[in-house]
Design a binder for this molecule. Structure first.
Ligand code: AMP
Ligand code: GLY
Length: 424
C-alpha cells in the first residue's frame, strides 16, 4: 500500500517512520514534508491546506491511506473532502475535529457530560469578560477559542494582566479570529501529562503517557512554545490515575462525541492536569502531539498502519496496543530566539551518527534538503533528538549525549528535559 502523510514537522517525521516500519507499506509520500523526511519518503510540494491538490495527488498515485498529522486541515474538514472522493483517510471529520478547534465547544461538552475539567465561562463580548474578571480570583487563565499554534493561552496573575489579556485576545485579535470567543478558566495546579489515544468512534485505546515541556527556557521560564522536549512514560501517570481517566475521562469523551452526532475517529490527545482533586482535562487535541509523537511512536510495538485501519473500519475493539517496556526522551534542538525571532539557513552537521545508532532517532522539524544534499536549518524547532533507555534516567542521559552529535550555528536546547522524573 502507498501512504500519504500530511504535514511537515517532527511529528510527521515520526509518523512517516512508523508507516515505513509497517510490512504492509510499500511507499510513503509526505506533503509537504521537510529535509529529513525527504531522505526517507518522497516529499511532494503541496501545502497541507491545498485540499483539492492533495485529493488529485492521492487519486493519481493510488494512495491507499492518507494520514493527517496537523490540526488546521482537520479542523477545516480535509477528512470530509477525502471521504467524499472515496479516499481512505485517517483523522476526525470536521464536526469531530471541533473538539480541538473550539475550546468553548470542548468545555461545554465536558460540562454537559460531567468530564472533570477546570471551571470556566465563555465570552464573545469583551465588556462582559472584563466585568466577570473584576470579580474573579487570581491567577486565572484566558484562552482564545480557536486554533492559535498553542499560544492562545494566557495565565494572568492579577486584574491588570487579565485586562491586558482581554485586549490581546478579543480586541487586538493577536490570535486572529481564534479570539472572537474567549474562555476564562480556573487556574489548576498540578503535574501535566499528555495521553494520546486511537479512537474508532466507539472504542478507545490509549498509548503510553508522555510529558511535554512547553516553555522555551530551563526551569519552565520564558514564552510558551510548541514544545521543547518530551519524555515517556510519565512516572506520575500511575495505574490508579489511568484507571480513573479510563472511566471518567477517555471513554466518556468518546461516548459524548457519539451522543452529539459527532462520531470521533482518529487520535484524541488528552492534555491532563493531575490536581489534588484528581485528574482534569486541560485541553483536547485531535491529532498526535508534537513532540509527544517523537517519544510515543518509537516505543510502540503495534503496527501503526494496522491500528489506523482498524479505527477507520470501526474494529479497534479487536486490537490491543503494545508498547516497549522502556523509556524515551526527546530533546528539541531549536534555533536560538525561538519562538520569537530567529535566523535560519545554517548547515547541520553530525546527522550521520544516527544512522548506525540503535535506540537513537533524529526527527526533523524545521529543515531543508539542498540540491547538493546538505541539510539546512529552516525553522524554529529544527530537530527532535530521541533516545531510548531501560528507564527514564538512562534515556535522558542518552538523549543529551546524542544532542551533542549534531552541530549547527544558533543551536539552542533546554537542558532540563525530564528533570521532573528525579522527583518521582
Ligand atoms: P493548552 O493549549 O490549553 O494546553 O494550554 C497551554 C498550557 O497552558 C498548558 O499546557 C498549561 O501549562 C497551561 N494551562 C492551560 N490551562 C490551564 C489551567 N486551567 N490552569 C493552569 N495552567 C493551564
Ligand atoms: N506538544 C503539544 C502539542 O502538540 O499540542
Amino acid at each position: 500500500m502507498k501512504v500519504l502523510v500530511i504535514g511537515s514537522g517532527g511529528r510527521e517525521h515520526a509518523i512517516v517512520r512508523a508507516a515505513l516500519a509497517s510490512p504492509r507499506v510499500e511507499k510513503v509520500f509526505c506533503a509537504p514534508g521537510n529535509g529529513g523526511i525527504a531522505q526517507e519518503a518522497e516529499c511532494v510540494p503541496i501545502g497541507a491546506m491545498e485540499f483539492e491538490k492533495l485529493v488529485s495527488f492521492a487519486k493519481e498515485e493510488n494512495i491507499g491511506l492518507t494520514i493527517v498529522g496537523m490540526d488546521d486541515p482537520l479542523v477545516e474538514g480535509i477528512v470530509d473532502i477525502f471521504e467524499r472522493e472515496h479516499l481512505r483517510v485517517f483523522g476526525p471529520r470536521k464536526n469531530a475535529a471541533i473538539l480541538e478547534g473550539s475550546k468553548a465547544f470542548s468545555k461545554d461538552l465536558m460540562k454537559k457530560y460531567h468530564i472533570p475539567t477546570a471551571a470556566y465561562e465563555s465570552f464573545t463580548d469583551a465588556k462582559e469578560a472584563l466585568a466577570y474578571l473584576e470579580q474573579a480570583e487570581f491567577p486565572i487563565v484566558l484562552k482564545a477559542d480557536g486554533l492559535a499554534l498553542g499560544k492562545g493561552v494566557l495565565i494572568c496573575n492579577n486584574l491588570q494582566e487579565a485586562k491586558a489579556g482581554v485586549k490581546t485576545i478579543m480586541e487586538d485579535k493577536q490570535f486572529g479570529s481564534a479570539g472572537n470567543c474567549m474562555v476564562v478558566e480556573e487556574y489548576m495546579i498540578g503535574r501535566e501529562v499528555s495521553v494520546l489515544s486511537f479512537v474508532d468512534g466507539k472504542t478507545i485505546r490509549t498509548m503510553a503517557s508522555a510529558q511535554d515541556h512547553k516553555r522555551a527556557g530551563d526551569g519552565d521560564q520564558g514564552p510558551n512554545t510548541g514544545g521543547m522536549g518530551t519524555f515517556s512514560p510519565s512516572p506520575f501517570y500511575t495505574d490508579e490515575v489511568d484507571a480513573f481517566c479510563q472511566e471518567h475521562i477517555y471513554q466518556p469523551t468518546v461516548d459524548a462525541m457519539a451522543a452529539e452526532g459527532r462520531e470521533f475517529k482518529g487520535i484524541i490527545f488528552f492534555g491532563l492536569m493531575l490536581t489534588e482533586h484528581g485528574p482534569k482535562v486541560l485541553e483536547y487535541n485531535a491529532r498526535f502531539g508534537d513532540p509527544e509523537a517523537q517519544v510515543v511512536l518509537p516505543r510502540m510495538k503495534s503496527d501503526m498502519i494496522e491500528v489506523m485501519e482498524a479505527c477507520i473500519d470501526g474494529r479497534l475493539a479487536e486490537i490491543e496496543l503494545e508498547f516497549e517496556d522502556n523509556a524515551a526522551v526527546c530533546v528539541v534542538l531549536a534555533s536560538d530566539g525561538y519562538p520569537v525571532s530567529y535566523e535560519k539557513g545554517f548547515e547541520i552537521q553530525g546527522l550521520e551518527r544516527f544512522q548506525e545508532a540503535r535506540g537513537y532517532e533524529c526527527f526533523h522539524a524545521g529543515t531543508k534538503l539542498t540540491q547538493e544534499g546538505k541539510i539546512l536549518t529552516n525553522g524554529g524547532r529544527v530537530l527532535g533528538v530521541t533516545a531510548k533507555g531501560a528507564d527514564l534516567k538512562e534515556a535522558r542521559a542518552n538523549a543529551y549525549k546524542a544532542a551533542e552529535w549534531v552541530k549547527f550555528e544558533n543551536k539552542y536546547m533546554r537542558h532540563d528535559i525530564g528533570k521532573a522524573i528525579d522527583e518521582a
